[in-house]
Ligand binder design. Structure first.
Ligand code: BTN
Length: 205
């Protein structure tokens, strides 16, 4: 999709860019300076002081590997050695610098990306890059990677991964398992000691 044709909606303050994007056509992009109810994965909140982060949602066609593809796109757009913690946390110097939240219906996927630029929460990292050039690179990368063949997405995710080869704890509803993160499977699941996990979060041990 030619990104020059996409609609960009810019807002000073929104509840969440995801909420605005939900009602827009495929190809639209929503960017805000501030979110009053930013959301992360697994019902976490996503907080950032006004003007301190890139907060953007892309309206895309649904695609089963979209959340990994968006992580790859965001890591490449950031550069600076940003790497991926499964499934799609962006890590810089060991701290989380950004994240991806995909909310999908059968006809639309709202792909939200948040990147800390001039502020980070305790334990997090900030990218210290200007927002607009980063957004421009991200648009191009999201166009490319959201349309890429699955095998290419998986191969690039493996290259950018900070998780594979590490001992990890997989936190699942009601239990946790520890083991070696060996690979990702064809659907993007993390394979720990031979067992695929597709939900939950992981901690690098
Ligand atoms: C995560 O790491 O848990 C995902 C964070 C995703 C945050 C972004 S900011 C833009 C978009 N709007 C939201 O409310 N969330 C995503």
């Amino acid at each position: 999709m030619a990104h020059a044709a996409s609609l960009i909606v810019r807002r000073k303050s929104v509840t969440s860019t995801q909420d605005i994007a939900r009602d827009l056509a495929i190809g639209s992009i929503v960017v805000a300076d501030h979110q009053t109810a930013g959301r992360g994965r697994l019902d976490h909140r996503w907080e950032a002081p006004p003007g301190s982060a890139l907060l953007v949602s892309f309206v895309l066609r649904p695609n089963p590997l979209l959340s990994l593809a968006a992580g790859v796109a965001a890591a490449e757009a950031c550069g600076q050695g940003v790497r991926l913690k499964w499934p799609n946390d962006l890590l810089l110097k060991g701290g989380k610098v950004g994240g991806v939240l995909v909310e999908a219906t059968p006809i639309k996927a709202i792909c939200g990306i948040g990147i800390n630029l001039s502020w980070a929460p305790a334990g997090g990292s900030k990218l210290n890059q200007p927002r607009e050039p980063l957004l421009e690179r991200l648009r191009r990368k999201v166009d490319t990677w959201s349309a890429a063949p699955s095998l290419e997405v998986l191969a690039r995710w493996r290259e950018l991964s900070d998780t594979l080869g590490k001992s990890v704890r997989v936190e699942l509803p009601g239990r946790a398992v520890e083991g070696l993160a060996e690979d990702i499977g064809p659907g993007g699941e993390i394979i720990v000691d031979g067992v695929p996990y597709s939900a939950g979060s992981i901690i690098h041990l």
